[in-house]
Design a protein around this ligand. Structure first.
Ligand SMILES: [Zn+2]
Length: 243
Protein backbone atom coordinates (compact mmCIF):
# COMPACT_ATOMS: atom_id res chain seq x y z
CA UNK A 1 0.00 0.00 0.00
CA UNK A 2 1.21 3.48 -0.84
CA UNK A 3 2.39 5.57 2.07
CA UNK A 4 0.51 8.78 2.78
CA UNK A 5 2.40 11.94 3.63
CA UNK A 6 0.87 14.87 5.41
CA UNK A 7 2.43 18.32 5.72
CA UNK A 8 1.78 22.01 5.30
CA UNK A 9 2.43 23.46 1.88
CA UNK A 10 2.46 26.82 0.13
CA UNK A 11 1.18 26.73 -3.46
CA UNK A 12 3.72 28.29 -5.83
CA UNK A 13 2.50 27.31 -9.28
CA UNK A 14 -0.13 25.31 -11.13
CA UNK A 15 -0.02 23.85 -14.62
CA UNK A 16 -2.97 22.21 -16.34
CA UNK A 17 -2.39 18.72 -17.63
CA UNK A 18 -4.64 16.64 -19.88
CA UNK A 19 -8.40 17.07 -19.70
CA UNK A 20 -8.91 17.71 -16.02
CA UNK A 21 -5.66 17.19 -14.10
CA UNK A 22 -3.27 19.77 -12.79
CA UNK A 23 0.34 19.68 -11.58
CA UNK A 24 1.13 21.85 -8.58
CA UNK A 25 4.48 23.13 -7.48
CA UNK A 26 4.23 23.31 -3.70
CA UNK A 27 6.80 24.45 -1.18
CA UNK A 28 6.27 22.20 1.82
CA UNK A 29 7.37 22.48 5.41
CA UNK A 30 8.68 18.94 5.67
CA UNK A 31 9.88 18.00 2.16
CA UNK A 32 10.88 21.28 0.48
CA UNK A 33 9.70 21.96 -3.06
CA UNK A 34 7.52 19.23 -4.58
CA UNK A 35 5.62 18.67 -7.79
CA UNK A 36 2.34 16.98 -7.08
CA UNK A 37 -0.28 15.75 -9.49
CA UNK A 38 -3.92 16.46 -8.68
CA UNK A 39 -6.20 14.17 -10.62
CA UNK A 40 -9.55 15.44 -11.94
CA UNK A 41 -9.14 18.67 -9.99
CA UNK A 42 -10.58 20.82 -12.75
CA UNK A 43 -13.93 19.06 -12.38
CA UNK A 44 -16.41 21.16 -10.42
CA UNK A 45 -16.98 18.49 -7.80
CA UNK A 46 -13.32 18.04 -6.84
CA UNK A 47 -12.91 18.59 -3.11
CA UNK A 48 -9.25 19.48 -3.68
CA UNK A 49 -10.11 22.83 -5.27
CA UNK A 50 -10.78 24.60 -2.00
CA UNK A 51 -7.23 24.23 -0.78
CA UNK A 52 -5.21 24.69 -3.93
CA UNK A 53 -4.93 28.25 -5.15
CA UNK A 54 -1.71 30.19 -5.68
CA UNK A 55 -0.55 31.88 -2.42
CA UNK A 56 -2.57 29.43 -0.31
CA UNK A 57 -1.06 27.90 2.77
CA UNK A 58 -2.74 24.50 3.08
CA UNK A 59 -2.56 21.26 4.97
CA UNK A 60 -1.93 18.72 2.23
CA UNK A 61 -1.81 14.96 1.95
CA UNK A 62 -0.24 13.04 -0.92
CA UNK A 63 0.89 9.56 -1.91
CA UNK A 64 4.13 8.70 -3.66
CA UNK A 65 3.50 6.67 -6.83
CA UNK A 66 6.11 5.17 -9.17
CA UNK A 67 6.42 8.41 -11.13
CA UNK A 68 4.21 11.03 -9.57
CA UNK A 69 3.20 12.16 -6.18
CA UNK A 70 -0.57 12.40 -6.13
CA UNK A 71 -2.52 14.88 -4.07
CA UNK A 72 -5.34 13.33 -2.09
CA UNK A 73 -6.29 16.11 0.30
CA UNK A 74 -5.83 19.88 0.60
CA UNK A 75 -7.37 21.91 3.40
CA UNK A 76 -6.90 25.66 3.46
CA UNK A 77 -5.05 27.03 6.51
CA UNK A 78 -4.50 30.66 5.43
CA UNK A 79 -5.29 32.34 2.13
CA UNK A 80 -3.66 35.75 2.69
CA UNK A 81 -6.82 37.34 1.37
CA UNK A 82 -5.61 40.93 1.42
CA UNK A 83 -2.79 40.22 -1.01
CA UNK A 84 -5.25 39.32 -3.76
CA UNK A 85 -7.00 42.67 -3.33
CA UNK A 86 -3.90 44.77 -3.86
CA UNK A 87 -2.19 44.82 -7.25
CA UNK A 88 1.16 45.90 -5.84
CA UNK A 89 1.14 43.18 -3.21
CA UNK A 90 0.19 40.67 -5.91
CA UNK A 91 3.07 41.76 -8.15
CA UNK A 92 5.59 41.47 -5.31
CA UNK A 93 4.19 38.08 -4.27
CA UNK A 94 4.58 36.70 -7.78
CA UNK A 95 8.15 37.98 -7.90
CA UNK A 96 8.93 36.28 -4.58
CA UNK A 97 7.46 33.00 -5.81
CA UNK A 98 9.32 33.23 -9.11
CA UNK A 99 12.67 33.84 -7.42
CA UNK A 100 12.02 31.07 -4.89
CA UNK A 101 10.99 28.62 -7.60
CA UNK A 102 14.03 29.47 -9.76
CA UNK A 103 16.65 29.28 -7.04
CA UNK A 104 15.54 26.43 -4.85
CA UNK A 105 16.27 22.77 -5.38
CA UNK A 106 13.56 20.17 -5.40
CA UNK A 107 12.79 17.95 -2.43
CA UNK A 108 15.11 19.56 0.07
CA UNK A 109 13.63 20.48 3.43
CA UNK A 110 14.70 23.88 4.70
CA UNK A 111 13.08 25.23 7.81
CA UNK A 112 14.68 28.67 7.50
CA UNK A 113 13.32 29.23 4.00
CA UNK A 114 9.93 27.90 5.07
CA UNK A 115 9.69 30.28 8.04
CA UNK A 116 10.95 33.22 5.99
CA UNK A 117 8.39 32.55 3.24
CA UNK A 118 5.41 32.17 5.56
CA UNK A 119 6.38 35.12 7.75
CA UNK A 120 6.92 37.33 4.69
CA UNK A 121 3.45 36.51 3.37
CA UNK A 122 1.83 37.03 6.76
CA UNK A 123 3.50 40.42 6.98
CA UNK A 124 2.66 41.40 3.39
CA UNK A 125 -0.97 40.43 4.02
CA UNK A 126 -1.10 42.42 7.24
CA UNK A 127 0.59 45.57 5.98
CA UNK A 128 -1.24 48.68 4.98
CA UNK A 129 -0.86 49.54 1.34
CA UNK A 130 2.29 51.64 1.47
CA UNK A 131 4.48 51.10 -1.56
CA UNK A 132 7.85 51.73 0.11
CA UNK A 133 7.07 49.39 3.02
CA UNK A 134 6.06 46.60 0.68
CA UNK A 135 9.14 47.10 -1.42
CA UNK A 136 11.27 46.93 1.73
CA UNK A 137 9.57 43.71 2.74
CA UNK A 138 10.43 42.32 -0.68
CA UNK A 139 14.12 43.20 -0.10
CA UNK A 140 13.85 41.73 3.38
CA UNK A 141 12.76 38.44 1.84
CA UNK A 142 15.32 38.48 -0.99
CA UNK A 143 18.42 39.25 1.08
CA UNK A 144 17.51 36.79 3.80
CA UNK A 145 16.58 34.10 1.30
CA UNK A 146 19.88 34.50 -0.57
CA UNK A 147 21.69 34.38 2.78
CA UNK A 148 20.02 31.06 3.57
CA UNK A 149 21.31 29.81 0.20
CA UNK A 150 24.82 30.78 1.29
CA UNK A 151 25.07 34.25 -0.21
CA UNK A 152 25.21 36.48 2.81
CA UNK A 153 27.09 39.63 1.80
CA UNK A 154 30.04 40.89 3.80
CA UNK A 155 29.10 44.30 5.22
CA UNK A 156 31.59 44.86 8.03
CA UNK A 157 35.02 44.45 6.50
CA UNK A 158 36.29 45.09 2.98
CA UNK A 159 35.68 41.94 0.91
CA UNK A 160 39.08 42.33 -0.75
CA UNK A 161 41.60 43.68 1.80
CA UNK A 162 39.66 42.60 4.93
CA UNK A 163 40.11 45.99 6.59
CA UNK A 164 37.29 47.32 8.72
CA UNK A 165 35.03 49.51 6.59
CA UNK A 166 35.02 53.25 7.26
CA UNK A 167 31.61 54.72 6.46
CA UNK A 168 32.72 56.89 3.57
CA UNK A 169 33.11 55.98 -0.10
CA UNK A 170 32.08 52.34 -0.29
CA UNK A 171 31.20 50.03 -3.16
CA UNK A 172 29.28 46.79 -3.50
CA UNK A 173 31.35 44.30 -5.44
CA UNK A 174 29.13 41.54 -6.85
CA UNK A 175 31.94 39.14 -7.73
CA UNK A 176 33.32 39.34 -4.20
CA UNK A 177 29.84 39.22 -2.68
CA UNK A 178 30.23 42.18 -0.40
CA UNK A 179 31.30 45.75 0.20
CA UNK A 180 34.79 47.02 -0.62
CA UNK A 181 36.74 50.11 0.37
CA UNK A 182 37.53 52.86 -2.12
CA UNK A 183 41.14 51.75 -2.63
CA UNK A 184 40.10 48.19 -3.53
CA UNK A 185 37.31 49.52 -5.74
CA UNK A 186 39.91 51.47 -7.75
CA UNK A 187 42.20 48.46 -8.04
CA UNK A 188 39.41 46.03 -8.94
CA UNK A 189 37.79 48.50 -11.33
CA UNK A 190 34.30 47.34 -10.51
CA UNK A 191 31.57 47.86 -7.97
CA UNK A 192 28.37 49.76 -7.40
CA UNK A 193 28.45 52.74 -5.06
CA UNK A 194 26.65 52.03 -1.79
CA UNK A 195 25.90 54.61 0.88
CA UNK A 196 26.63 53.96 4.58
CA UNK A 197 22.89 54.36 5.21
CA UNK A 198 22.05 51.62 2.70
CA UNK A 199 24.59 49.36 4.41
CA UNK A 200 22.88 50.08 7.72
CA UNK A 201 19.49 49.11 6.30
CA UNK A 202 20.98 45.91 4.89
CA UNK A 203 22.47 45.06 8.29
CA UNK A 204 19.07 45.39 9.97
CA UNK A 205 17.51 43.31 7.21
CA UNK A 206 20.08 40.55 7.64
CA UNK A 207 19.68 40.61 11.42
CA UNK A 208 16.02 39.85 10.69
CA UNK A 209 14.89 42.95 12.55
CA UNK A 210 11.79 43.57 10.45
CA UNK A 211 10.16 45.71 13.14
CA UNK A 212 13.16 48.04 13.04
CA UNK A 213 13.42 47.98 9.25
CA UNK A 214 9.74 48.80 8.78
CA UNK A 215 10.07 51.88 10.98
CA UNK A 216 13.18 53.30 9.38
CA UNK A 217 12.89 56.61 7.63
CA UNK A 218 15.01 55.89 4.60
CA UNK A 219 16.11 58.75 2.39
CA UNK A 220 15.08 58.55 -1.23
CA UNK A 221 18.69 58.26 -2.39
CA UNK A 222 19.42 55.28 -0.13
CA UNK A 223 16.21 53.61 -1.19
CA UNK A 224 17.18 53.91 -4.84
CA UNK A 225 20.63 52.57 -3.99
CA UNK A 226 19.08 49.61 -2.13
CA UNK A 227 16.84 48.89 -5.10
CA UNK A 228 19.71 49.05 -7.59
CA UNK A 229 21.98 46.78 -5.57
CA UNK A 230 19.20 44.29 -4.80
CA UNK A 231 18.21 44.08 -8.47
CA UNK A 232 21.82 43.54 -9.55
CA UNK A 233 22.38 40.94 -6.85
CA UNK A 234 19.29 38.96 -7.89
CA UNK A 235 20.36 39.06 -11.53
CA UNK A 236 23.98 38.31 -10.79
CA UNK A 237 23.54 35.23 -8.59
CA UNK A 238 21.89 32.83 -11.06
CA UNK A 239 24.64 33.73 -13.57
CA UNK A 240 27.23 32.92 -10.95
CA UNK A 241 25.88 29.37 -11.32
CA UNK A 242 24.36 28.80 -7.92
CA UNK A 243 23.58 25.22 -8.84
ZN1 LIG B 1 39.76 47.12 0.71
Amino acid sequence: MAIRYRTQGFILKKTDRGESDRIFTIYTRDFGKLEILAKAIRKIKSKLRKGTEIFYLSEIEFVQGKIYKTLIDAVLVENFRKIGKDLRKMALSFRILEILDNLIRKEEKDEKTWNLLINTFKELNRQPSIASNQQLLFYYFIWNFLSVLGYKPELNICSLCNKKLVPKNLYFNFKEGGVTCEGCFRKAGEGERISPETIKVLRFILEKKWRVVSRLRIEEESFISLKRISDYWIKFLPQAAIF
